[in-house]
Design a binder for this molecule. Structure first.
Ligand code: GLY
Ligand code: MN
Ligand code: MN
Length: 446
């Protein structure tokens, strides 16, 4: 069993330093933690920290605020945390709190105050030298609070107080930082991939005709948690038969039928980092001829894309490779009909490959980071070592599609691995989730 691995505190300190180095001079950044979300009456969903806040702090309590204050240069910059204060009664009912003393000791903030002291301690930090205020614009509730602080400060203008005049978003700085993974992050991402691969193995072994999809979901969650990834990184998709043609199917409440495929898209979260793995396999353990054909086509396209990954490569080029291959393959099978050159030029496979080829992966399953490097907004950004992405081609032929021979209908296949760009090529982090037809059938026959 793996203890829930945390990154070293030094890594979070280094991130704050790197962030501060990129802040404009005379600025202050305010990044807020997430808040608990009510599930029903007085119970909450499991808490998930705001990922930007977590990235800069490693601090996992709700409602805190990180202030990064920079003057004329980075040397005297300060990291200040505002967090919940210790409270015996609250802690008896709801759990331990870190408190301010420990926050400084353990998380190495320069200073820490309780949230009750925000007006008293934070507002003075926002006046005078700070001419730019940086925050996370999509945090609308916190943004309102920031605007009200600014309004409060502006009311005092006659006393000589000058509030920051510019309000800018933190994403340009932090998204780029998060896109490039450190060795410590990659170690966690390898671990969570191994845990998630084991969960996919378990799902294959536990699948039986007549079980409910949610029973297989339970096997995934068991394997994640047993190995230290207490929560899934996103709601697991356990989609039997035609349900695989609903891309984000999470109802998971139907029975598994003999002769159908089962598509599972599931990954655990470890120390905040996501795995995002999809496998598709036959409920009864043996691919039919048509399932085998579509599966092998998707798998071959995935391998083509993965093998082409290296520094300098682009997602646009990988998409071109996969679209050409899938269009040709679907044409050869008679699923796409017409003039091949026209079909290739039109990327006709997109009728059945209805989503993107992949996305950045990290603290968020659809991780932050710009995909583009051209004014046309094509995905022409060149890969560099340290980026992690998914490669997840799929073919989805809904049961209702009358344009294809009946034998193909109701087949939905996606295969998804997590790939690190290395200095010389790539490393596939998804090492233990069976993927070839032979390996899947062998495991399910055991
Ligand atoms: N699990 C969502 C996705 O593959 O993008
Ligand atoms: Mn994905
Ligand atoms: Mn996925």
């Amino acid at each position: 069993m793996i203890k829930n691995t945390l990154l070293p505190v030094a890594e979070f300190c280094q991130r704050r330093k790197t962030f501060i180095d990129q802040m404009p001079i005379n600025s202050i950044a305010l990044i807020a933690a997430g808040s608990e979300v009510t599930r029903s009456n007085d119970t909450e969903y499991p808490f998930c920290q705001n990922k930007h806040f977590y990235y800069l702090t490693g601090f996992n309590e709700p409602d805190a605020v990180l202030a990064l204050i920079k003057g004329n240069d980075s040397t005297a910059a300060q990291s200040v945390l505002f967090s919940r204060k210790k409270d015996t009664l609250q802690e008896i009912w709801h759990g331990r709190r870190v408190g301010q003393v420990q926050a400084i000791d353990v998380y190495k903030f320069d200073n820490c105050f309780s949230l009750d002291e925000v007006d008293e301690q934070l507002l003075p930090l926002m006046v005078g030298k700070a001419s730019v205020l940086i925050c996370q614009h999509e945090q609308s509730d916190f943004q309102q609070k920031v605007l009200s602080w600014l309004a409060q400060l502006r009311k005092s203008a006659r006393t000589g107080i000058k509030a920051p005049a510019a309000l800018i978003d933190c994403s340009d700085i932090i998204n780029e930082m998060r896109l490039h993974k450190s060795n410590a992050e990659l170690d966690i991402m390898r671990q969570v991939n191994v845990i998630s691969g084991a969960a996919h193995q378990r799902a294959m072994q536990q699948t039986q005709v007549g079980k409910f999809e949610y029973q297989i979901e339970a096997e995934l969650l068991h394997e994640f948690a047993t190995n230290g990834a207490r929560y899934p990184a996103y709601s697991s998709i356990v989609a039997g038969g035609d349900n695989a043609n609903i891309l984000h199917y999470t109802d998971n409440d139907e029975t598994l039928n003999n002769g159908d495929l089962l598509l599972i898209d599931a990954g655990g979260e470890l120390a905040g980092y996501a795995a995002d793995i999809t496998r598709t396999f036959p409920v009864n353990g043996k691919f039919s001829a048509e399932q085998n054909t579509i599966y092998q086509l998707v798998l071959d396209s995935q391998n083509l894309a993965i093998d082409a990954i290296k520094p300098g490569q682009t997602l646009a080029e990988l998409n071109r490779i996969v679209c050409n291959f899938l269009t040709q393959g679907l044409y050869d099978l008679g699923i796409l009909q017409g003039n091949l050159n026209v079909l290739l030029a039109q990327r006709a496979c997109k009728k059945y490959f209805i989503h993107g080829l992949g996305h950045w992966l990290g603290l968020d399953v659809h991780d932050v980071g710009d995909y583009h490097a051209s004014p046309q907004r094509e995905q022409l950004r060149a890969f560099v070592a340290g980026m992690v992405m998914t490669i997840e081609p799929g073919i989805y032929i809904p049961r209702t599609d009358k344009t294809v021979d009946e034998k193909w209908r109701g087949i939905g296949v996606r295969i998804e691995d997590n790939i690190l760009v290395t200095a010389t090529g790539f490393e596939n982090l998804t090492v233990n989730a069976p993927k070839t037809i032979a390996d899947i059938e062998a495991l399910m026959a055991q």
